[in-house]
Design a protein around this ligand. Structure first.
Ligand code: AMP
Ligand code: TRP
Length: 344
């Protein structure tokens, strides 16, 4: 964890069970980054309450998500693993950033528009503000890179704009040459093309999502083998023989073949070659087996972490202390830049 390594921050909401999209689009990439980057991964529980939530489940879902990070291969020695709400600088920086972020930047966020539409009249201010809280998450840690799925790209652009145009350009001091001495580091998205977008099992044109009311649309990381097999058996297909990539008329074939390549650890070319002549009836059991085998070690390690709550708690406590030290230093820079009376 040397200081020269570029910094990475990412997070997932503890809303329901993580699915293959979360793993293949996000967490799997985090694991590799631990070798080369100084990595921070949080469970974004404050984001989870931007839509109506069940208080009886929040703590448990937070623990489940943290344990899944570890089960997927996040190493608590190499990474800082923590819970967002345990570091109060997230809420504070969110407020400070709110006051410099134009309302219309938030109103045009695609995810807000989609989620707001689904909720009708009862949309919270928090849902609109979600991307500013996410910007605070990222900017607090001076993150150089933020590994996320394709769907989060717009939120990342917003975080960059807030840092650059609204904080650095307006409040940062300048050196003798007139160059800005930045207060906040401007992050880059890190979006990997393969697996970046895993689509629903029941509709190859919409993404696999925790909020889809049909549970058959997604495979969660904790689904038992029989359930995985059943969901794949029921997955939407088309009448064409043979699997292929890139045919716009066949989004299901593209998605399931892509999943097969990722889950069986083959290249896309190899998977496409293997399945080019295959009917759905032969392909689906192969895909199911690949999914079951890929998830088996994760489910085993998850079980071990949940059987040892004291160690899990220790990981999160240590993570909170490390995260808090970094985050406090950043929020202090912003308080100073905005001109608040120093705490004595
Ligand atoms: P969420 O489930 O919205 O909390 O997303 C957590 C992380 O998983 C984010 O980095 C998303 O970009 C990623 N993600 C969510 N759904 C998918 C999907 N269907 N395909 C790929 N990545 C996804
Ligand atoms: N909005 C992200 C998602 O739904 C989750 C998130 C919150 C996040 N804060 C973050 C991701 C900071 C990366 C960095 O996927």
């Amino acid at each position: 964890m040397s200081a020269q390594r570029p910094r990475v921050l990412s997070g997932v909401q503890p809303t329901g069970a993580l699915h293959l999209g979360n793993w293949l689009g996000a967490i799997r990439n985090w694991v590799d980054l631990q070798q080369t980057h100084d990595t921070f991964f949080c469970v974004v529980d404050l984001h989870a309450i931007t839509v109506p939530h069940d208080p009886a489940r929040l703590a448990e879902d937070t623990l489940t998500t943290a344990a899944l990070y570890l089960a997927c291969g996040i190493d608590p020695q190499a990474s800082t693993v923590f819970v967002q709400s345990h570091v109060s600088a997230h809420s504070e920086l969110c407020w400070l950033l709110n006051c410099v972020t134009p309302l219309n930047w938030l109103e045009r966020m695609i995810q807000f528009k989609e989620k707001a539409l689904r909720q009708g009249a009862d949309v919270s201010t928090g849902l609109l503000d979600y991307p500013v809280l996410m910007a605070a998450d990222i900017l607090l840690y001076d993150a150089d890179r933020v590994p996320v799925g394709e769907d989060q790209k717009q939120h990342l652009e917003l975080a960059r704009d807030i840092a650059q145009q609204r904080i650095n350009a307006r409040f940062a001091p300048r050196d003798e040459q007139g160059e800005i001495l930045p207060i906040l580091r401007v992050p880059e998205p890190l979006i990997l093309p393969e697996g970046a977008r895993v689509m629903s099992l029941t509709d190859g044109r919409s993404k696999m999502s925790k909020s889809d009311s049909n549970e058959g649309s997604r495979i969660t990381l904790l689904d038992p083998p029989e359930l995985i097999t059943k969901k794949i058996k029921r997955a939407k297909t088309d009448p064409v023989m043979g699997l292929e990539f890139g045919n716009p008329e066949r989004p299901e074939a593209d998605n399931l073949l892509g999943l097969y390549a990722l889950l069986s650890g083959q290249s896309r070319t190899a998977a496409a070659g293997e399945c080019a002549e295959m009917g759905w009836g032969r392909f689906k059991p192969l895909l199911a087996e690949a999914a079951v085998e890929a998830l088996r070690p994760i489910q085993e390690r998850y079980g071990q972490w949940r059987q040892d709550p004291a160690t899990l708690e220790q990981v999160l406590k240590h993570g909170r202390e490390r995260a808090n030290a970094v985050a406090e230093a950043t929020v202090q820079r912003v308080r100073d830049a905005l001109g608040f009376l120093p705490r004595s």
